[in-house]
Design a binder for this molecule. Sequence first.
Ligand SMILES: Cc1cc2nc3c(=O)[nH]c(=O)nc-3n(C[C@H](O)[C@H](O)[C@H](O)COP(=O)(O)OP(=O)(O)OC[C@H]3O[C@@H](n4cnc5c(N)ncnc54)[C@H](O)[C@@H]3O)c2cc1C
Length: 349
Amino acid sequence: MKDRLPVQEQVDLQAFNSLHVAATARYFLELRESTLLEEALAWAQERGLDTLFLGGGSNLVFAGDFPGLVVHMAIRGRHWEQIEDDEATLVLGAGENWHEAVLYATRSGYRGIENLALIPGTAGAAPVQNIGAYGVELCDTLVSVTAFDRETGQWLRLSRDECRFGYRDSLFKRNTGRYVITEIRLRLSRSKPLQLGYRDLEEYLASLPDREPDALAVAEAVMAIRRRKLPDPQQIPNAGSFFKNPVISEAEYEQLKEQHPDMPAYPQSHGVKVAAAWLIDQCGWKGYRDQKVGVHNRQALVLINHAGGSGQDILALAGRIRESVRERFGVVLEMEPGVVGGAGLPPLA
Ligand SMILES: Cc1cc2nc3c(=O)[nH]c(=O)nc-3n(C[C@H](O)[C@H](O)[C@H](O)COP(=O)(O)OP(=O)(O)OC[C@H]3O[C@@H](n4cnc5c(N)ncnc54)[C@H](O)[C@@H]3O)c2cc1C
C-alpha cells in the first residue's frame, strides 16, 4: 500500500510552516485526491501512528518532531455551482491556496470574501478557526464543509450551523483531528453590500480617488494595508496573530477601564473584547528581540522567528508575554495557533 500511497520518510517540515521552525515528520504524504484519504488513515492506523493534517502551516507551532504521519492536504480544484442571476456557489478543494481563491472570486465579479485577502493558508483550514479580518469572517459566506469524520468513519456535508462557528472557533477546532476537510462551499453574490466599516479600510479607501470601490478594489486595499502592517512570513517567519483578543466580563472591563481609560474595547453579545495587541504593547514587548526570536516592532501580536529559533523558543517567549499580561491586567491570553509535536505554553506561575 505504501507504493500506492506515496509516503515519504523523515521529511523536513521547515518549509511547511510559516514560523520556519525545524521539525521532522516520521512519515509524510502529499494527499492530492480525497479518494485516497481512507487508505491513508488505515495505513497510519495499522502502524499505530498519529496523523496530522497540514495545510500551509501558517497557524501551527511545531514544538518538536512529529512521530506519526503528516498528511499534507493538497487536494486542488475550484468550480462554480448553482449559478443564478446574482449569486453563485464557489467550490474549493481543501488544498487550494486561500488568497488565490479570494482573487479568483473577486476578479470573477463576486463579493463576500474580499476582506479576507492575503490571509495565508489553504481553503481547507479556513473553517477550522473561522478565519476573519476587516469585519468579515468565513462563516458569513460559507454554506457547507465536506469532511470525513474519523470517529464514525462517515463522509459528511456539514451546513454552516452544524460547523458551530464562533470567533476564531468552530466544531473542527474544538475536535482537533476528528474531521478531515476535503472541500468547502461559499455562497457569493455580485451585488451584496461591501463591508467597508472597519476603520483602517475606511480610511484607506477614502484616500483613493475612486469613491465607488468594487470587490477587487477592496481586496487590493486590504492587501495594501496588510502589507504595511504585517510581516510577510516568506521574509520574516511568523504565524500571524499569536494570541486571540480576550473576551472579558463587563464587570472586569469596567474595573480595567478605570485604570486604563484608553484601552481599546469592543462590546460583544456576552462580555467585552479587548485588544490583545494593546495589552502586550503596554507590557513593553513590542519590538522585543532576543538572539533568535522576538515580537514584531509594528504589531505586538506577531511573534517572529528571527534566526533559527525553535518552536520551544517561540513558546517560551509567548509564555513570558502571557505571564506579564496576566500580572499587569489580570487577563489570561489564549494562544491562536495550534501546537504540534510537544506541549503548549509553559504553565502560568
Ligand atoms: C502573516 C499571517 C497573517 C495571518 N492573518 C490572519 C487573519 O487575518 N485572520 C485569521 O483568521 N488568520 C490569520 N492567520 C492565521 C492563518 O493564516 C489561518 O489560520 C489559516 O486558515 C491557516 O491555514 P493553513 O492552511 O496554513 O493551516 P495549518 O496551519 O496548516 O493548520 C491549522 C489547523 O488546521 C488543521 N487543518 C489544516 N487543514 C485541514 C483540513 N483540510 N482538514 C482538517 N483540519 C485541517 C491543522 O491540523 C491545524 O490544526 C495569519 C497567519 C499568518 C502567518
